[in-house]
Design a protein around this ligand. Structure first.
Ligand code: ZN
Length: 398
């Protein structure tokens, strides 16, 4: 979802982005508010109030996210961006050097700000009728009252203790202090998040099946519950995978991923002779072989295309003709940290060159790196390493 987000502003170097789905949030909230306001106000006034209320929902969600971001910044963490989307907001930051105490404060400040917003709107709703004429005070008090409750509910929902909600982070930070094992604390909070997520989906199914509400409201309610539940369960799982992946990446280099790269082939090698050479070089495991061209350019050819019969290609061709040029693709040293390798694949690149002392010794595809990392991850993670993972803080407004 985040890839589609549009950058709208920057606050103290923190990028503020809007995902197109935030429009859906605003429309849903406006419809919900309008149905309530139409009960006591003329249509034009009711829709105006609903529109303003909906914008204020987005604004207070942003205030909640900004609180996380500024608290993180205050504690010396690097904050990348805040993105507003259908499910509220996401603050992306680098948790390098984050202590359990930092995590607790950064997580708790969001619901705290929502509670403060809730209280402020509650005060406005309570006192405007005494201060302003009723034609102005009535709509203001109505909108403020609804916003007040909305923010209180947002705060209460977000302190439910399951990742990726703020309450899940608070739980994780407390467990981390208690158990002194961050990954174990994370696993427990992720489990709680999954139970919460699937519990919401189950509640949605129950709402429809029980027939307790009329059909349309029950379907809308079930849809909101189910999508929110799936979003939470999914985000919880992703958080665990990211943390486990980070465990795998930290302290390892490309040498830990690929024991040896076969010597680059001369470009004039015939495809027909390739298979025997592959077997000889014990190079059937990798996906790519590099090719040395006489002019110094580097090529790469897929191992799969050099089958025993030369693959689908004319076996009289040379590997130089068959391969693609990778000279200008990003390069990474074989002793580089695996975090750097994964970063190299960001953007449009699916292949990287691997170098030693500046010379190309091989090439890796994104797919084979992902597979190798998955193998390492399944083989088990090691505890007690320094962490430098990117974490996000997710909000669920409904
Ligand atoms: Zn939050």
């Amino acid at each position: 979802m985040l890839a589609r987000a549009v950058r709208v502003a920057a606050i103290k170097g923190i990028e503020v982005r809007l995902d197109p789905s935030v429009v859906l949030l605003a429309v849903l909230v406006a419809v919900l508010f309008a149905t309530r306001f139409l009960d006591g106000f003329a249509p034009a006034m009711a829709f105006t109030m609903a529109g303003i209320g909906s914008l204020l929902v987005v604004a207070t969600t942003f205030a909640h996210e900004l609180a996380h971001a500024l608290e993180a910044r205050h504690r010396g963490l690097e904050v990348e961006s805040i993105t507003l989307l259908l499910f509220g907001g996401v603050t992306e930051m680098h948790a390098s050097g984050q202590s359990a105490r930092d995590e607790l404060a950064i997580a708790a400040v969001g619901p705290y700000v929502s509670l403060v917003c809730g209280a402020a709107f509650g005060l406005i709703a309570t006192f405007t009728p005494d201060l302003l004429p009723s034609t102005v005070a009535d709509p203001v008090a109505e909108v403020a009252g609804l916003l007040g409750w909305w923010n209180v509910l947002l705060a209460l929902f977000n302190i439910v203790p399951g990742a990726p909600l703020d309450g899940g982070r608070v739980l994780r930070a407390l467990l981390w202090m208690l158990l002194r094992d961050r990954l174990r604390a994370l696993r427990i909070s992720v489990r709680a998040g999954q139970v919460l997520g699937f519990g919401l989906v189950g509640t949605g199914v129950w709402v429809v099946a029980s027939g307790a509400l009329p059909l349309i409201p029950s379907l809308v309610g079930a849809f909101v519950l189910a999508t929110t539940g799936l979003f939470i369960a999914n985000a919880a799982q992703r958080e665990l995978r990211n943390a486990e992946l980070d465990e795998v990446l930290t302290g390892r280099t490309i040498r830990d991923l690929v024991a040896t790269f076969p010597t680059p082939w001369p470009a004039d090698q015939r495809v027909a002779d390739g298979h025997a050479r592959l077997v000889e070089a014990d190079a059937l495991d990798g996906e790519l072989l590099t090719i040395d061209h006489p002019d110094g350019r580097i090529g790469a050819v897929e191992v799969a295309s050099i089958g025993s019969d030369g693959g689908d290609h004319d076996a009289t061709r040379t590997v130089g003709e068959l391969g693609t040029d990778v000279t200008d693709l990003p390069a990474i040293d074989v002793d580089a940290d695996l975090h750097a390798l994964v970063d190299t694949f960001q953007g449009e690149h699916r292949i990287v060159r691997v170098t030693r002392d500046g010379l190309t010794i091989g090439a890796l595809t994104e797919r084979e790196v992902a597979r190798a990392l998955e193998r390492l991850r399944r083989a088990g993670t090691r505890a007690g390493r320094p962490k430098d993972d990117a974490v996000t803080s997710g909000e669920v407004p409904m």
